[in-house]
Structures are given as C-alpha cells and as structure tokens.
Design a protein around this ligand. Sequence first.
Ligand code: KG4
Ligand code: ZN
Length: 338
Amino acid sequence: MIVLGIESSCDETGVALYDSDAGLLGHLLHSQVDLHGPYGGVVPELASRDHVRKLIPLVDALLSKSGLQRADIDAVAYTRGPGLVGALLVGAAAGSSLAWALDVPVVGVHHMEGHLLAPMLDTERPDFPVVALLVSGGHTQLVEVQGVGRYRMLGESVDDAAGEAFDKTAKMLGLPYPGGPELAKLAQVGDPERFRFPRPMTDRPGLDFSFSGLKTFALNTWKGAEVQDEQLKADICRAFEDAVIDTLAIKCRRALKETGIGDLVLAGGVSANKRLRERMRQELQKLGGRAWYPQPQFCTDNGAMIAYAGCQRLLAGAGESGEFKVRARWPMEQLEAV
Ligand code: KG4
Ligand code: ZN
C-alpha cells in the first residue's frame, strides 16, 4: 500500500510517499522560514496561505521525482492536529479532496504520534515498550508507549515547551528565527564553566517540566553583565542548553526507573540537537538500554512521519468517509490502540 503523507500543522509543508512493503519512497519539504523570518516568529495567517500555494505543487513534484502517478496512491494521511487550525485545514482539505477524487481511504494523523514513530522510518527500529521523550516547539512530553496508539502520559510541560524555550531565549538574545538551532550553534563556542542555570523541577518528585523560568534566568544574566559581547551570548547559550539537556536527562532516567522500561525514544524538533542526542545515547548506555532517535531530517516536521503513522493506522483498518475535523488541541491518550 502506497500512502501519501501530508504535514501542514505549522510552518513547514511536508509531503511523502510511504510504501507498506518497500518503506519510504520519497519526501519533500518546503520550509516557511524566509516567510516568517522578518516577523521573528510564525504568523498563522501567512502560514495557511503559503500551505495553500505550495501543497499541491509539492505533491506533484514528489510524484514525478518518485516516478509515480496520482493513480498509484492507495491512501492519504494528513495531520489532523494538534497545530495551527488554519494550517491544519489546508492539509485536511487537500488530503481529503485528493482521496475522494482517487476513491481511496484517508486518515487524519496525530502530529505527536507522527514524531513518536519517526524512528520507525529506519531499517533498525525499536521494539515496544519504550519510554518516549517528545520535545518539539509546542510540546514536551514523557510517554509510556506499549504499542502504536497505546500511550500513557507520564509527564509534560506546565508552561513553555522545550523548543519554545529555546526559541524565546534565542529571540531575546537577538538570534534570528527559528532560534533553537541558532542557539545550539552558538552554544558550541560557549564556556560551560561560566554560568550554571537551574534544573527546573528536578528537586521534587514527578515527571513534569517547566522551562519558562530558564528564559528569565538567561535574560537576567544578560542584563546583569557589565560587558554584553558575543562571548557572553555564547556562554549564556551554553548554560541554557546544558540546563535543558540535564533536566531532560534527569526526568528520562526517572521515567525509565518508574516504568521499568529499558529503551528510550527521543523525537520532535529538539531531538535534532546533537548534544541532546549524544547525552541520551550515553545515559541509556549506562543504564543498559538504548536511545533511539530519528534521522536529523525526520526530527523536525516532515511528511514522512505522517505517511508512516497513517500507514500503520490504515493497515489496522482506520479511515474516514465524507467529513473531516481538525484538532488544534488533541491529547494523545485519546487515540485508539492499533
Ligand atoms: O517538531 P518541530 O519541527 O515543530 C513542532 O512540532 O513544534 O519542532 C520545532 C522546534 C523549534 O522550537 C526549534 O527551535 C527546535 O524544534 N529545534 C531545536 C533544534 N532544531 C530544532 N532546538 C534545539 N536544538 C536544535 N538543533
Ligand atoms: Zn512537530
């Protein structure tokens, strides 16, 4: 079965073709970074309009690159939520219309389930159960995963998501949008010994996160310094990144201990962070388990993860007829088990 996957929940238009037998046939991504850059963040209305302009040409380009026709598509999967409602509606409307025109099944996919399953795009894959740490621009979640659709929320962010904290701190330091990767780049030349930021909520039991205080800590460190130069900026980036990574690692260790599960899946945009990946690899090695993460290109938003997740649900008999609803907010625990 060849599934066309469509991702349009935020500021990337992603499309992919996933074959249930042969694996990923191809994928394409159009990033809206240049469009939103001048505003320092995503402008929802501009995002929706750009998805409208780019989505169908991107599907056609992917088909021709893969040597396929529209008639070769056996099913369509689109991101139903969570995300920006206008942006989601573009993918939902285009995906559903295409499916109806081709008379093939269509399914709406949970964006975070897409992220969670992205490591499955590789040939070497984790076995369930796993603990998943999902770290994106909108979410920070620790999830016990017993199988596809069998999710138990162990903890989540009570304020800013990890990616959001990266982006806001970067913006405050005058780094260009999107801030996460820029902050990580600057942290490479930062002095790890100069500042020590707090590890929020690690001094009490529980698996929830709070990252908004780190941003304020970074701001106060910046404002409180006598000389505000590039080295100070890099040192703050390093201290911030260390604090986020350390906090995530502490909570992951706790979650693995509490559940008795051996392996960890790290996914979502922030899982592209090299130092976070390396830290989790080392932590899991010490614990006798293994850390799994997607290829860097499938950490941030993409169509391949939606095609894969949709394919698993379609194979299990999921599908919609006639009507679609997008979900700006959508708890992952409400999903049906596959
Ligand atoms: O999963 P994603 O592409 O979109 C959402 O679902 O939100 O995640 C985007 C987030 C942004 O906050 C971005 O700054 C962050 O992931 N990000 C990073 C890195 N690459 C992307 N954060 C830290 N280090 C990176 N290398
Ligand atoms: Zn995402």
